[in-house]
Design a protein around this ligand. Structure first.
Ligand SMILES: C[S@@+](CC[C@H](N)C(=O)[O-])C[C@H]1O[C@@H](n2cnc3c(N)ncnc32)[C@H](O)[C@@H]1O
Length: 209
């Protein structure tokens, strides 16, 4: 089996990809810090009934950072959701496609999107951003962390993890900014290295009008 196919096959296993991601991403310490600093500080989140959507939650690896009563994890891949529900039984998970979210408009105070857009082609990104804009409250906070091409020439592990990743659309930051700006005000954006993996961080606010 060629190396690319082997890595893809291993990457499709929830257990294997979680072990691999924890190793190469330093136990998600960068993501955890960014969620604490840029998502959980959003205005309105101290209200007891605040709701936070983890869009494309996968196996729920980041769900424990968000208070159980606020958390809703959604993904369209039921095998990931089953894994998430077993591992984090006190968190809510639901099977929903990002392109057509079965949530009322302005339902969420904040939305987290980590490593999801690079699994989507352009029309899927557009449909998903339209839905995120619909379900976030006006003034609500959206935190997007998206895989970008490996920046350092020496970063061979980073290139290998991209080869194992099932996302076929790893794009430069400027491509994401252009799309995102159609829907949101970008309050802040910067690159970050999570272990060996490069991400671009976008802190967004829904435009009021
Ligand atoms: C790399 S995983 C990231 C999981 C999680 N956010 C994390 O950081 O651990 C990407 C997830 O996006 C989900 N996904 C991709 N396209 C989707 C869509 N159209 N609707 C819902 N989920 C989607 C995949 O099923 C997968 O679980």
């Amino acid at each position: 089996m060629p190396l690319g196919n082997l890595l893809n096959w291993l990457g499709s296993s929830a257990v294997f990809s979680n072990i691999l991601r924890r190793l190469v991403e330093n136990n998600f310490s960068a993501q955890k810090r960014l969620i604490r600093e840029h998502l959980l500080t959003a205005p309105g989140l101290c209200a007891g009934d605040a709701k936070i959507l983890d869009m494309g939650c996968g196996t729920g690896e980041l769900s424990h950072l968000i208070p159980a009563k606020s958390y809703i994890g959604m993904d369209f891949f039921w095998q990931h959701l089953r894994h998430a529900a077993r591992r984090y039984p006190d968190r809510g998970f639901t099977q929903v496609d990002g392109r057509a979210m079965a949530f009322p408009s302005a339902r969420f105070d904040a939305i987290l999107v980590v490593g999801v857009l690079h699994h989507m082609d352009e029309s899927t990104v557009d449909a998903t951003m339209t839905e995120i804009q619909r379900v976030i409250k006006p003034g609500g906070r959206v935190l997007v962390l998206e895989d970008i091409p490996t920046r350092a020439w020496w970063n061979l592990p980073g290139r290998l993890i991209h080869a194992a990743d099932l996302g076929a659309h790893i794009r430069p930051p400027a491509v994401y900014s252009t799309w995102i700006e159609r829907y949101f005000k970008i309050d802040l954006q910067f690159p970050v290295l999570s272990g060996f993996c490069d991400y671009q961080v976008f802190v967004l606010t829904r435009k009021l009008f």
